[in-house]
Structures are given as C-alpha cells and as structure tokens.
Design a protein around this ligand. Structure first.
Ligand code: SF4
Ligand code: FES
Length: 335
C-alpha cells in the first residue's frame, strides 16, 4: 500500500495505482472532495492503454516519495504516473499548475471550432466543460486552422474531423471492443486524422460505442443528429433482453418518442457497460424496453440543470402523497 496526499487530502491506495485513480478514490470516498480529481480528455478506465495523449490531467508532484522526497521537475500526466509511498501532489491548490492546464486547454482549442450552438455534443462535451473551467478569453494562434469536410463512417456514424482532439479513445474502442478493426489515426503531427482504412465503413455490432467515448462532437449518432438539444430531452434508465450486450441503456426521450439510445455513464462521464448497435440504433420503440426510472446524471452537466430528475420525482410524489413536503430544489453542490 502507498500513502499519497493530493491537495492536502491523504489516502492510502494499493501499489500500482495512478495519481488519477487515487484522486478518483478520494472523490468517490467523499463527494465534497471531487474537485481534486484532474480532468481527463483521453484516459478512459474501461479502455486499456488509454491516456497519455491530451495532458489535461497534469498535476504537480511536490514530493516524489518518502524514500526520495525530491519534487518532480515538471508537471506529470496523472493518468500515467503511479503513486509512491509518501508522495505529495498538488492540483487545484497550485497556481502554476492551473496556468499550465489553461495552456493545454488553449492548445486543444487551436483547431477545435466554436460551433457548440450547432453541435450535437453540446451539453455533454468534456471540452466544453474544460474550456469553461480552464479556457482563456482569446487564442494566441494566428495561423490557418485545419478543417475537414464531415464524412460518414457507415450508416449510423458521422465523423467531424475538425472537432477531433486526437484522444485515441475511439481507436481503442475499435481495437478492443470490435473485431476486425478498420479505423485508426493516419499521418502524424498536425496532419493526423481519424480515418477508416480506405474509407471502409465500421460495420460491427459494437462500433457505435465510439460515439459514447468521444469526449467532443467529432463522432455523432446519425440517427439523433439535430433531433433535439440534449437538455430538452428526458433520460430514462431502461433495459431489454439482448443476446449481444447487457441491454442496460439510457433512453433519451421527447414525449413518448425515443430520440436516442446510449450506454449509461458514471460520475466520470465514462460508460458503465458498452452496448451493441441493435440496442443503440435499431430499438427506438419505447414498448421494446423495460423502463426503470429517471436517469441520474451524476457528472455536473447542463442536462442536470433541467431539474428533470427532481421534477419527475416530485410528480410521482405528488401523485402518491399530495400532502408530503416538496423535494428540495436542485443544488449544484450535490453533484
Ligand atoms: S474522433 Fe473523438 S474519440 Fe476519436 S480521437 Fe477524435 S476526439 Fe477522440
Ligand atoms: S487524461 Fe491523462 S493525458 Fe489525457
């Protein structure tokens, strides 16, 4: 076991734990301490070898370990650096580190268009949240930005390469969840791009998961595109008997209509279980699903601002016990 202190909060974790995982353990132990968890744009706990590409998770190690207390000279990627016994880490309490993260954010935004008003990912976009928390007012970049025409990757997925931040998550999905990978990063440096090999469509039962793992709006669901802003929909936990996957999903409803089906995401914005394309793209009839109840959106997000979950609970409560006191209004600190 190793003792590590992150932003003055101590935790004991098994050897081999990364700084990021230790910070998440602190956040899971006490919701009020979640602010110490560094943001992640490429790491995904359910995908092997993810992380190490985006640098948003950087932290400052001010004491290496009990045995060797020297600080690490530069910020390190917390998703790729293991804790050592006695290590002291600074994240939100280090002003220089916050400045460095702002620079990383500025770098990620160099080529990313500000098309949030028309992007399907708005409201669920990790880059939007990162920019809100760490963005600078203006970019210093003066050169021409790279742009691409959107392309279809098969029948159901649209790729907007201009929005891609090259986090490699979709490549890891293609490599680890689907068989017969035909999708990856071609070229290097500022001409790198996500591509399907000779424009082959991703035709595989689990290919739709690239949409769920994409932190930005680069890979979108063609069956949902422009159907609704996500914060106007009502997410419901639902399941069905599926021979290919667990069948546990979230239905994004407008009235009685199922606009979109996705995997269920945890408090870190990662899907709990990958779902198959039949559930995602082909089962849009509400009657085919067993509804469990409103989805709790645990990650702070504009979706939770609709107060939908509380409203629904209140509606159910009003029906069952009209004299019961009202449910407390939504409080962002709960998240
Ligand atoms: S398309 Fe999305 S998931 Fe794939 S590398 Fe780009 S940003 Fe990451
Ligand atoms: S999340 Fe650690 S480098 Fe991207």
């Amino acid at each position: 076991m190793a003792k590590v202190t992150i932003d003055n909060i101590e935790i004991e974790v098994p050897d081999g734990t990364t700084i990021l995982q230790a910070a998440r353990m602190i956040g899971e132990r006490n919701k009020a301490d979640r602010h110490v968890v560094p943001p992640t744009m490429c790491y995904y706990s359910k995908l092997k070898t993810s992380g190490g590409y985006c640098r948003t998770c950087i932290v400052k190690v001010t004491k290496g370990s009990e045995k060797d207390p020297r600080p690490m000279p530069k910020p390190v990627a917390s998703c790729r650096t293991n804790v050592m016994d006695g290590m002291v880490v600074e994240n939100t309490i280090n002003a220089d580190l916050i400045e460095s993260r702002k620079s990383v954010t500025e770098f990620l935004l160099i080529n990313h268009p500000l098309d949030c008003p028309i992007c399907d990912q708005a409201g669920e976009c990790h880059l939007q949240d990162l920019s809100y928390e760490n963005g600078k007012e203006a970019s210093r970049y003066q050169f021409e930005r790279r742009t691409f025409d959107p392309i279809d990757i098969g029948e159901t997925i649209k790729l907007h390469m201009t929005r891609c931040i090259l986090c490699y998550r979709c490549v890891k999905v293609a490599e680890q969840i689907t068989d017969g990978r035909v999708h990856g990063v071609i070229n290097r440096g500022d001409v790198s791009e996500i591509s399907t090999y000779i424009q082959e469509a991703i035709d595989n039962d689990f290919s739709g998961n690239v949409i769920d793992v994409c932190p930005v709006g680069a890979l979108t669901d063609k069956t949902f595109r422009f159907a609704s802003r996500v914060w106007f929909t009502q997410p419901l936990d639902a399941h069905r008997d599926c021979p290919k996957c667990s069948g546990k999903t979230v239905l994004w409803m407008k009235g009685e209509e199922v606009l979109r089906v996705t995997g269920r995401k945890d408090q870190w914005g990662e899907v709990e279980e990958f779902i198959c394309n039949t559930c995602r793209f082909e089962t849009k009839d509400k009657a085919a699903w067993t509804i469990e109840g409103p989805r709790k959106i645990d990650r702070h997000s504009v979706i939770s601002q609709g107060h939908y979950e509380r409203k629904l609970q209140q509606k159910l409560l009003d029906k069952a016990a009209p004299d019961a006191p009202s449910i407390e209004p939504f409080n962002i600190a709960d998240r």
